[in-house]
Design a binder for this molecule. Structure first.
Ligand SMILES: [Ca+2]
Ligand SMILES: [Ca+2]
Length: 264
């Protein structure tokens, strides 16, 4: 489901290769999993899992469809129970199971004041409330995640129920590695300019190591790490990492996709 992103972004799930201007990626020497990306402490950072469901695989579909069909849906439901046809539609448009959608509905409605729970599909939950969810509270990328998945016009990071479903869909077990890496790229692109440059990478590393004096990298360590990351990723040597470069390098790091997970 996730809609084609802001600013004419390519819809996720679309293969980039072959599209005009797509970088032709050469086969890279395999880093054997020991490259600088692999060395970053991904484990558990993006992953929060407090509830497991019986996994059901859906491949080759899901996020990447247009957002269009959502808007009509949002007008319909007013009951606190999710109407059946809407549930079917949400299942169709996401990587989520019915069970997961119903749980998401319950959790989302609990974030709204009681009097607003009757019209959950028309309400937005402020970012501060969304971040009270234990699944996001400890996530170092929480602000970016809200920013990327929020459809709020003014960029306040507030979320509609459908934004919330988008988020859960992308972070679900069933979302493809390509979808996950597409959204990871957007999350790590702190200034939303469509490329990862040194500043983005520095923030990314600081998020992963924590800002504390003990864990934070020294300036020279940081420079070295970013240089290593660029050496491994920056195929066209323009000093930055674009989406296809990022997806290429991440595709060789199987640990990444499995750590890019949030399950309610
Ligand atoms: Ca950027
Ligand atoms: Ca580049």
């Amino acid at each position: 489901m996730p809609r084609a992103g802001r600013g004419g972004d390519t819809a996720p799930g679309m293969p980039r290769a072959g599209r005009g201007g797509g970088t032709q990626l050469p086969a890279c020497p395999a880093p054997g999993g020991g490259g600088p990306w692999g060395a970053l402490p991904w484990g558990g950072v993006l992953e929060t899992e407090t509830w497991r469901r019986g996994g059901r695989k859906r491949s080759g579909e899901g996020p990447g469809r247009s957002r269009g069909s959502w808007s009509g849906a949002a007008m319909g439901g007013s009951a606190s129970q999710l109407p059946r046809d809407l549930l079917d539609e949400y299942q169709e448009l996401t990587f989520l199971t019915k069970q997961e959608i119903l749980l998401a509905h319950k959790r989302f409605s609990e974030l709204l004041p009681k009097e607003e729970r009757e019209s959950i599909l028309l309400k937005r939950v402020p970012k501060s409330k969304i971040l009270t969810l234990p699944e996001l509270r400890a996530n170092p990328f929480q602000d970016r995640i809200c920013r990327v998945f929020s459809t709020a016009e003014d960029g306040d990071g507030s979320m509609s129920f459908e934004d919330f479903l988008d988020l859960l869909s992308v972070f679900s077990d069933s979302a493809t590695a390509e979808i996950k890496s597409h959204y990871a790229f957007r999350i790590f692109d702190f200034d939303d300019d469509g490329i990862l440059d040194r500043k983005d990478l520095e923030k990314l590393v600081n998020c992963l190591t924590g800002e504390g004096d003990e864990t934070r990298l020294s300036e020279s360590e940081m420079d070295q790490l970013i240089q290593n990351i660029l050496e491994e990723s920056d195929i066209d040597k323009d000093g930055t990492i674009n989406l296809s470069e990022f997806q290429h390098v991440i595709s060789r790091s199987p640990d990444f996709a499995s750590s890019f997970k949030i399950v309610l």
